[in-house]
Design a protein around this ligand. Structure first.
Ligand SMILES: *Cc1c(COP(=O)(O)O)cnc(C)c1O
Length: 331
C-alpha cells in the first residue's frame, strides 16, 4: 500500500457536504471576484490570529510581494532573511530589485539565527523576514528587539515580517503566528496547514495605514474605481477559495491539536533511534508540523527503507537559496 504524502481527498470527504454547499452558493451568486465571502474570511482570519486586520490575496508569494511594496522596498534596499526556506521568500525581495541578505540558521530548530542578524544590519536594511519553518514560529522576540536596535542606530524603521506560510495556527508564548511583529503573511496552498483548493494567501497587521495600503495594492493600487493611488498588482483571492476557507477554518483548531499530538508522538518514538535528530521544539511555542522534518547522516538508506514500506518522504530543502543559480550574483 502506498500512503499519500498529504491526503487532501480524505479531508475534503470529511467536510464535503459543507464545502459543496458553499461552492454552490458562490456559483449561484455570480460574485466570483470580491464576493461577500472575502470580507467574512478576513474577519474570521483576524479573529483567529488576534490581529486588527487580515487582508486576503492571491497566494503566499504575492502576499510577501505586497508586504514589501507596502513598506516601499525599492532597488538597492536590503532585506535580511534565511536561505533555508522556499525560494519565494528571497525571490520576492529580488523581484523588487532589493537585495536578499542571507543569515545562517540554528542547528536545532532550523530558524534564522538571531545572534547573527545584527552584524548584517546596515543603513540600507528595510526589513527582516524570519521564516517559521516547518510549522514552528521563529525567535520573534529576539528579532523584534534586534530590529529596534538597528532602527535606533540608523534612524529609520526596520520592519519585521513573519513568513508564516508553514506556521499558520502555531503559537508562540500564547500568541498566534501572524500576530508577533509588524506584519506577517501566510499561504493557503492546498498542502499548507490551512489549505484551500487552489492558490490563496493572506497578510496580517495591526497597523491601519499598512492594512489600507495593502488592500489597495492588491487591486492595482486603486483607491476608488479607476482611481489609482499606487502601482499595484492583481492580487485578489477568489471568492470560491474564500468560501472554502471559511468552512475549513472552523475545523482548523481541532486539526492543529491533532497535528501537535501526532508530532509529539513522532518525536517521542524517533528520539529513541540513533542516527535521527528531530527538529527541536522550544518549550514556549507549538508547531503545526507543516512538515515533520528530521536530520540523519543515513538519509539515503532511510528514504529507501521507507519507500519499500510505501511511506513517502521528501527532502526539504535539497539546496539552500544561497546556492541556487538565480542568486549566484549575490556571491
Ligand atoms: C509555500 C511557501 C511560500 C509561498 O506561498 P505560495 O502560496 O506557494 O506562493 C512562502 N514561504 C514559505 C516558507 C512557504 O513554504
Amino acid at each position: 500500500m502506498q500512503i499519500p504524502f498529504i491526503n487532501l481527498q480524505a479531508q475534503y470527504q470529511a467536510y464535503q457536504a459543507q464545502i459543496n454547499q458553499v461552492i454552490h452558493t458562490v456559483l449561484e451568486s455570480g460574485q466570483y471576484i470580491m464576493g461577500p465571502q472575502i470580507e467574512e474570511l478576513e474577519k474570521n482570519l483576524a479573529r483567529f490570529v488576534g490581529s486588527e486586520y487580515a487582508i486576503t490575496c492571491s497566494n503566499g508569494s504575492d502576499a510577501q510581494l505586497l508586504a514589501l511594496m507596502a513598506i516601499n522596498v525599492k532597488p538597492g534596499d536590503e532585506v535580511i532573511t534565511t536561505p533555508f526556506t522556499f525560494v519565494s521568500t528571497a525571490s520576492m525581495i529580488a523581484l523588487l530589485g532589493a537585495i536578499p541578505v542571507f543569515v545562517d540558521i540554528t542547528a536545532d530548530t532550523f530558524h534564522i539565527n538571531p545572534d547573527k542578524i545584527s552584524e548584517k544590519i546596515t543603513a540600507k536594511t528595510k526589513a527582516i523576514i524570519p521564516v517559521s519553518i516547518f510549522g514552528q514560529v521563529a525567535d520573534m522576540d529576539e528579532i523584534n528587539a534586534i530590529a529596534l536596535l538597528g532602527q535606533q542606530k540608523y534612524g529609520q524603521k526596520i520592519y519585521v515580517i513573519e513568513d508564516a506560510a508553514q506556521s499558520f495556527g502555531a503559537e508562540y508564548k500564547g500568541k498566534k503566528s501572524g500576530h508577533l511583529s509588524d506584519m506577517a503573511y501566510t499561504s493557503f496552498f492546498p498542502s499548507k496547514p490551512l489549505g484551500c483548493y487552489g492558490d490563496g494567501g493572506a497578510l496580517f497587521t495591526d497597523d491601519a495605514a499598512l492594512a489600507d495600503k495593502l488592500k489597495k495594492l492588491r487591486l492595482h493600487g486603486q483607491s476608488q474605481r479607476y482611481q489609482h493611488q499606487f502601482i499595484g498588482i492583481n492580487g485578489r483571492l477568489d471568492t470560491l477559495q474564500a468560501a472554502i476557507l471559511n468552512v475549513k477554518l472552523n475545523h482548523f483548531p481541532k486539526e492543529c491539536v491533532a497535528r501537535a499530538a501526532l508530532g509529539e508522538r513522532y518525536t517521542r518514538l524517533l528520539n529513541a533511534s540513533k542516527n535521527i535528530v528531530c527538529q527541536g521544539l522550544k518549550s514556549d511555542r507549538t508547531s503545526v508540523y507543516a512538515q515533520y522534518s528530521v536530520l540523519s547522516p543515513q538519509r539515503a538508506q532511510i528514504l529507501e527503507g521507507l519507500a519499500a514500506k510505501g511511506i513517502p518522504t521528501a527532502i526539504h530543502y535539497p539546496k539552500p537559496l544561497h546556492l541556487q543559480a538565480c542568486f549566484a550574483d549575490l556571491n
